[in-house]
Design a protein around this ligand. Structure first.
Ligand code: GDP
Ligand code: IMO
Ligand code: MG
Length: 423
C-alpha cells in the first residue's frame, strides 16, 4: 500500500488541517513529516474549533493512529499545552498518538535565538513565528541537536546543558538582547516528562511495517511549498522541506511508496511574515478578503497579507510536488466579488515571465491578470457541487485547464461538513 500526501501549494494556511480531518476516515494512520509549532492547523466540527500545532489533524477521529515523524521539531512546552487542550475529548493518547524518537526537540534557548536573530535582522527579518524553528533545524544539520529518544537517556540533563551552554555563548553575540532562561526551564522539563509518559517509537520501522501490512497512510504537510527551504522564496522561508520529497526524509519512507499527492490551495492567496508576494493586494479588495476570510494567523494572530491566486506559483508547486489532485479552499470567501482575478504571468523589467525566477525577492514584479466573472450566491450552505453557481464552476474549470490537475474538492466553509466533492 502506498502513502498519500497532503500539502499546501502556497505560503501556508491553505486549510490543510480541515481537509486532513475530513479525509481521516479513509486512512489508518495520519503522519506529520516536518515543521513544528510554527504550524497552526484549524479544525471545526460539531461547533468546536480546534487549532493543532504539532499533533496531526487526524487526532479527533478515534479510529486513526496519529504519528509525529522524525522530520518534525517538537517543543515540549507547546506540545504539553496541545495535549492539555485535548483533555475534554477523552482520547486514548498512549495508543493513538506515536512520536518518533528521532524527532528533534526545541529547547527554550532555541526560541531565544530565533528572537535574537530576528531582532538583529531588523527590517530584513523573515517574520518568523518565533517558535525556535530555524535554530532547531540548524542544530539538527549542525549535528548538535537533542532528539526525543535522548529524553530516556540517564544523562539527558547533561546533554541539555551542553546545548544550553552553546546557545548562551551564541546569545552573548547579540548585543543588547536580554533574557531570563530560568522562567522557561521548569515548563520545558514538565513537557519532557509528559513526552516520556507517551509512546515514543522508531517511527520509520513502524510506518514501513504498516505499509507492508496494507495500512492506508496519509502524510500531512505543514507550511506550504512557497515556504520550502529549497524551493520557496528564499530566504523568506521556513527551515524544512515542505514538499512531497520531505515525506520521504521526514518519515523514512521510500519515494516508490508515494501514492496520491493532494495539493491544497485557497481560491485566492495569503502570506504571513515577510517576503515576496507578487499578487498581494493593498486595496479594498485585499481588505475584503482579509475580513471575509478571517485572515489572521492561527499561531501568531498576525493579519495575513491577501491577494489573488498566483498561477505561475501554483504551476511551480504542482511540478515540484507531483500533485495528482487539488482541493480548493475558502471558495465562500470570494462570494460577492463582481470580478475575480487570476495572475497568469509576471512582468519583470518589461518582460513576461511565467515561472518563479531565482531572484524573485530582488525584483519588482507586476502580475498579469485575467478577469473571471464572480458569483453573488452565499456558498456556505451548499451540500452538493451541482448546485454551485455557474461562475464558480467556470472558475474551477479555468483552474483545472491552466493547472492540468483535477480539482476534486471545493471547500465552502471552515466546518468539516462544508466540503463539496466535485467529481
Ligand atoms: P492550515 O494551516 O493549512 O491548516 O490552515 P489554517 O488553519 O492556518 O487556516 C485556514 C483557516 O481557514 C482556518 O481558520 C480554517 O478554519 C478556515 N477554513 C478552512 N477552510 C475554509 C473554507 O472553505 N471557508 C472558510 N471561510 N474558512 C475555511
Ligand atoms: P501552517 O502549517 C503560514 C512562515 C512565517 C515566516 C516564515 C518562517 O499553519 O500552514 P518560521 O517560524 O518557520 O521560521 O517562519 O514562515 N510560516 C508560516 N506561514 N503558515 C504556517 O504554517 C507557517 N509556518 C511558518 O510566518 O514568514
Ligand atoms: Mg495554519
Amino acid at each position: 500500500m502506498s502513502v498519500d500526501v497532503l500539502l499546501g501549494l502556497q505560503w501556508g494556511d491553505e486549510g490543510k488541517g480541515k481537509i486532513v480531518d475530513v479525509l481521516t476516515p479513509q486512512y489508518d494512520i495520519i503522519a506529520r513529516f516536518q515543521g513544528g509549532p510554527n504550524a497552526g492547523h484549524t479544525l471545526e466540527f460539531e461547533g468546536n474549533k480546534h487549532v493543532l500545532h504539532t499533533i496531526p489533524s487526524g487526532i479527533f477521529r478515534k479510529e486513526a493512529i496519529n504519528l509525529i515523524g522524525n522530520g518534525v521539531v517538537i517543543d515540549p512546552v507547546v506540545f504539553k499545552k496541545e495535549i492539555d487542550k485535548l483533555a475534554p475529548y477523552n482520547l486514548d493518547l498512549k495508543n493513538v498518538l506515536l512520536i518518533s524518537k528521532k524527532a528533534h526537540l526545541i529547547i527554550p534557548t532555541h526560541r531565544l535565538l530565533d528572537a535574537a536573530s530576528e531582532t538583529a535582522k531588523g527590517k530584513n527579518k523573515i517574520g518568523s513565528t518565533l517558535k525556535g524553528i530555524g535554530p532547531t533545524y540548524m542544530d539538527k544539520t549542525g549535528r548538535n541537536g537533542l532528539r526525543v529518544g535522548d529524553i530516556f537517556s540517564p544523562n539527558f540533563k547533561e546533554k541539555y546543558q551542553t546545548l544550553v551552554d552553546k546557545h548562551t555563548s551564541m546569545l552573548g553575540h547579540y548585543e543588547g538582547f536580554e533574557y531570563d532562561l530560568c522562567d522557561s526551564e521548569p515548563e520545558f522539563f514538565e513537557g519532557v516528562e509528559l513526552l516520556r509518559s507517551l509512546t515514543c517509537v522508531d517511527s520509520e520501522q513502524y510506518i514501513n511495517e504498516a505499509i507492508k501490512a496494507g495500512k492506508k497512510i496519509l502524510a500531512e504537510g505543514a507550511q506550504g511549498t512557497m515556504l520550502d527551504i529549497d524551493f520557496g522564496t528564499y530566504p523568506f522561508v521556513t527551515s524544512s522541506n515542505t514538499v512531497t520529497a520531505g515525506t520521504c526524509t521526514g518519515l523514512g519512507i521510500a519515494p516508490t511508496k508515494i501514492g496520491n499527492v493532494i495539493g491544497i490551495f485557497k481560491a485566492y492567496c495569503t502570506r504571513v511574515g515577510s517576503g515576496p508576494f507578487p499578487t498581494e493586494l493593498f486595496d479594498a479588495d485585499g481588505e475584503a478578503i482579509r475580513q471575509e476570510g478571517r485572515e489572521f494567523g492561527s499561531t501568531t494572530g498576525r493579519p495575513r497579507r491577501c491577494g489573488w491566486i498566483d498561477l505561475p506559483a501554483m504551476k511551480y508547486a504542482i511540478m515540484i510536488n507531483g500533485v495528482t489532485e487539488l482541493s480548493m479552499m475558502k471558495a465562500d470567501v470570494l462570494s460577492g466579488f463582481d470580478t475575480i482575478k487570476a495572475c497568469t504571468a509576471y512582468k519583470i523589467n518589461g518582460e513576461l515571465v511565467d515561472y518563479i525566477p531565482f531572484d524573485i525577492a530582488d525584483h519588482e514584479i507586476e502580475p498579469v491578470y485575467i478577469d473571471l466573472k464572480g458569483w453573488k450566491q452565499d456558498l456556505t450552505g451548499l451540500s452538493n457541487y451541482n448546485e454551485a453557481p455557474q461562475e464558480l464552476k467556470e472558475y474551477v474549470s479555468f483552474l483545472e485547464k491552466e493547472l492540468e490537475v483535477p480539482v476534486t474538492v471545493v471547500s465552502v466553509g471552515p466546518d468539516r461538513s462544508q466540503t463539496l466533492n466535485t467529481k
